[in-house]
Design a protein around this ligand. Structure first.
Ligand SMILES: [Zn+2]
Length: 137
């Protein structure tokens, strides 16, 4: 039963993974591996927005092997993997809507952060993933 649910999760989130695979054309990862139930790739600074990592379905792009070996970041990205396996393409849409909402309505911060960064940190999905990231520290 549990195995069947996992197979369904991989299939259900495959459209998100497929988008990530298409991005490999731009990101040109230098290394791939299968780890902890996810396909992981090292893509350097070519990842859009230059984050430490970026998740598409069950494909995770890491900036480098330091980011890939960061246990907190690994927990963070796996929250997005789990969300994708539960929500499928609806998760992708919900993530985009949440981000766009905060992009439009975000108040300024004292640090003078750019609008995209404020939206990213206010996104409900990112807040949940960050809580998980910090949980083991
Ligand atoms: Zn995140």
């Amino acid at each position: 039963m549990r195995r069947a649910a996992a197979v369904l999760g991989y299939a259900w989130s495959f459209p998100l993974t497929a988008i990530g695979l298409v991005l490999a054309i731009v990101y040109r990862p230098r290394a791939w591996r299968w780890s902890d139930g996810c396909l992981e790739a090292l893509a350097g600074d070519r990842i859009f927005g230059r984050p430490g990592a970026q998740t598409h379905g069950w494909l995770i792009y890491y900036r480098d092997d330091v980011a890939r070996d960061d246990e907190g970041l690994r927990r963070h990205e796996r929250v997005h993997v789990r969300d994708g396996m539960i929500g499928g393409v609806f998760y992708g849409v919900a993530y985009a809507v949440t981000f766009l909402f905060w992009y439009v309505f975000t108040p300024a911060t004292p640090e003078g952060w750019p609008r995209w960064k404020r939206a990213y940190y206010r996104s409900w999905f990112e807040r949940r993933a960050r809580e998980e990231q910090l949980a083991g520290e």
